[in-house]
Design a protein. Structure first.
Length: 308
C-alpha cells in the first residue's frame, strides 16, 4: 500500500517537473520568434502619437536603434519573464487540470471538456502572474527606453540602462513592491486571457484530432494551428487590459487600473485601448504555434523517457 502511494507521489512530482521544464522551453522559443513584433506592440501601446502605424514603428526602430538593440531590446528579461511565467503556468495548469477533474468527477485529465481545460487555465494564470509581473516590468521599460527619453529628457540617463541596473534602480527607489507595479492589472489580464487561451487551444486541438485518436496524437500541424488559435483568442480578449498595464509599468503611473483606463479613454478615445493590436496578432500566431509545438513535443519525449 505505502509503495503504491510513494510511486504515485513520485509520478506526480515527475509530471510536474516535465510540465515545468517543457513550459520553460516553450516560453524561450516564443520570445525568440515573437520579440521584434512584441517590441513594436509595446511602443505603440505606450507612445502611439510617435508613430503612424506598426510598419512606421518597425522601420523607425530598425533605423534608429538597430536589430539587436532595437527590435530585440529587452530580450533577456523577456526570456526570463516567459520562462518564469510558462514554467509556473504549465506546472500549475497540470495541477489545476487535476483539481478540475476531481471537482467534475472526470476520471482522467485527458477526458476534460474544453470548458474544464479553460477553467484550469484560468486558475493557473493567477499563480503565473506573480512570476511574470516583475520581469515584464523590466522588459517593457527597456523596450520603450528611447520613447521614454524623448518624452522626458531629464530621465534620459536613467532609462538608458541594462536589465540589471534598471532592476537595481527600481528597488532602490520604490523597494521590492516597485517590482510588482501593475500586478493587479497583470492578474486582470492573465486570468480571463488564459481561460480563452487554453479553451481555444484545447478546443481546436479536439476538432483537428482524427477520429479514434487521442489529442496527444493529433500531429505537429494541428498542434501549431491550435496554438495559433489560442494566441489569437488570448490577445483579442485581453488587449485593452494589456495596454493599460503597459502604460502603468512604462510610465510609472499612479492611481488604480480603473482610473487609468478611464483617463486613457477620455483623453485618447476607445481606439487607444487597441493601439498595437495588429503587430500583436501577427506575432502571436507563429509565436504561440512554436510555444505549443515545443511544449507538446518535449513533454511527449520526456513522458516516454521517464514515465512510460
Amino acid at each position: 500500500m505505502s509503495s503504491k502511494v510513494n510511486d504515485l507521489r513520485d509520478r506526480k512530482f515527475i509530471e510536474g517537473f516535465i510540465n515545468l521544464f517543457s513550459g520553460s522551453l516553450g516560453g524561450a522559443v516564443l520570445v525568440l520568434v515573437g520579440q521584434p513584433l512584441d517590441t513594436v506592440k509595446v511602443k505603440l501601446q505606450t507612445f502611439p502619437h510617435l508613430y503612424t502605424g506598426p510598419w512606421d514603428c518597425f522601420k523607425q526602430t530598425l533605423r534608429l536603434e538597430g536589430f539587436t538593440r532595437g527590435l530585440y531590446a529587452g530580450t533577456v528579461p523577456a526570456i526570463i519573464a516567459n520562462v518564469a511565467e510558462n514554467s509556473v503556468l504549465f506546472a500549475a495548469y497540470g495541477g489545476c487540470q487535476r483539481l478540475v477533474a476531481f471537482a467534475t468527477n472526470t476520471p482522467r485529465v485527458e477526458e476534460l471538456t474544453t470548458l474544464g481545460n479553460a477553467t484550469a487555465g484560468f486558475l493557473a494564470a493567477f499563480f503565473s502572474s506573480f512570476s511574470l509581473c516583475p520581469t515584464e516590468l523590466i522588459k517593457v521599460q527597456l523596450q520603450a527606453a528611447r520613447e521614454l527619453a524623448l518624452s522626458n529628457p531629464a530621465a534620459k540617463t536613467k532609462y538608458r540602462v541594462n536589465a540589471f541596473s534598471l532592476t537595481k534602480s527600481i528597488i532602490k527607489r520604490d523597494g521590492i513592491k516597485g517590482m510588482f507595479r501593475g500586478l493587479l492589472s497583470t492578474i486582470a489580464r492573465e486570468m480571463p486571457g488564459y481561460f480563452v487561451f487554453f479553451g481555444g487551444y484545447e478546443g481546436t486541438r479536439y476538432l483537428l484530432t482524427p477520429k479514434g485518436c487521442d489529442k496527444e496524437d493529433c500531429g505537429a500541424l494541428a498542434t501549431m494551428a491550435a496554438g495559433a488559435v489560442g494566441g489569437v483568442c488570448f490577445w483579442t480578449v485581453i488587449f485593452p487590459v494589456d495596454v493599460v498595464k503597459s502604460r502603468i509599468q512604462v510610465s510609472s503611473l499612479g492611481g488604480s487600473f480603473y482610473s487609468n483606463t478611464v483617463n486613457i479613454v477620455k483623453k485618447e478615445g476607445m481606439l487607444a485601448l487597441y493601439a498595437g493590436l495588429t503587430p500583436t496578432l501577427l506575432r502571436t500566431m507563429p509565436a504561440t504555434a512554436a510555444l505549443f509545438l515545443t511544449y507538446e513535443t518535449s513533454k511527449k519525449l520526456l513522458n516516454n523517457l521517464f514515465l512510460n
